[in-house]
Design a binder for this molecule. Structure first.
Ligand code: HEC
Length: 129
């Protein structure tokens, strides 16, 4: 009895760790945490509500698109050239939600708007003043 309860506990905690990871959590840990956990180059830290509040106010489309293209010390795609817009969006939402926001995995319409804003942002950055 004792043994099987123990096994059950292990099985449950394994499930909690794998199946119930929040969207974006794994990408955050693998790609973003290197800077956003400790605030490297002044990156807004995970859970720092004061730093994230003005970013959250930009809205999901703008913030996700501009982050994906790269902003100052923030490298494009978080520095991972294989990271998709979908994967990046979830990682942004994960950090936003840890700082008091309530963003979801973007639906098709929001994703289309993010992709459009990515193209607009790239075009405006390529323009010489
Ligand atoms: C090499 C370090 C580094 C990595 C890795 C990194 N970031 Fe950043 N990030 C930064 C820095 C630095 C800033 C602050 C940029 C500034 O405002 O000067 C930033 C800012 C941001 C912002 C706010 C952008 C804005 O418009 O001000 C978002 C969103 C963001 N990061 C998301 C992510 C996500 C999602 C990942 C992982 C997929 C990630 N970052 C990985 C360094 C990093």
């Amino acid at each position: 009895m004792k043994l099987s309860l123990h096994a059950l506990t292990i099985a449950l905690s394994f499930l909690a760790f794998s199946a119930f990871a929040e969207p974006g959590e794994n990408t955050y840990k693998q790609v973003c945490a290197a800077c956003h956990a400790s605030g490297v180059l002044n990156a807004p830290k995970l859970g720092d509500k004061a730093k994230w509040a003005p970013l959250i106010a930009e809205g999901q489309v703008t913030l996700t698109a501009h982050g994906y293209v790269g902003v100052r010390g923030m490298p494009a795609k978080g520095g991972n050239p294989n990271l998709t817009v979908e994967g990046f969006s979830d990682a942004v939402a994960y950090m936003v939600n840890k700082a008091g926001g309530n963003w979801k995995t973007p639906d098709a319409k929001t994703l289309a708007a993010i992709n459009k804003e990515i193209e607009a942002r790239k075009a405006s950055l390529n323009k010489k003043p």
